[in-house]
Write a protein that binds this ligand. Sequence first.
Ligand code: GSH
Length: 167
Amino acid sequence: MAAVELCVKAAVGSPDVLGDCPFSQRVLLILEDKNIPYDMKLINLGDKPEWFLEISPEGRVPVIKCEDGNWTPDSDVITQLIEEQYPNPSLVTPPEYSAVGSKMFSSFATFLKSKDPSDGSEQALVNEVHALDEHLKDHSLFSRDSFIKTMPVKEHLIAGWERKVNA
Ligand SMILES: N[C@@H](CCC(=O)N[C@@H](CS)C(=O)NCC(=O)O)C(=O)O
């Protein structure tokens, strides 16, 4: 058994397949890119096992167990923990790229809330998306092995969101 164990979301309707949780995917990508061996445990969030609720009382994934033997929830905390325990290769964004996409969420939120079509919020969002698009042309993420290996299939992505959209 690997030193690292990770609970992630199983696909809705296919509990033996990796599902569509961006927080789980984020941690999987980091483990893959750092070449850290891990055991992945798929959790059916529609039917959570007792042992899982004991290690994750809020019933959320991802939850990770590293070499210290403790289970840790939350992808932000897990990301920091992995970076501390496995510093090489570092996945910290180089300072020269740290601004790329950094205003994506705020510009999207401002655009969505805007009631004035001429307030520039649409253009600000377009500029931000364009800058990220340009960056990705030279720094492709989506063709990386780690990305392909941890990507949920389209059907499971739709199934994962369907419940929330139709609720
Ligand atoms: N802040 C948490 C959010 C984790 C989260 O909300 N995960 C969802 C799945 S994507 C979950 O476990 N939801 C519980 C459920 O659906 O019962 C993180 O960054 O890890």
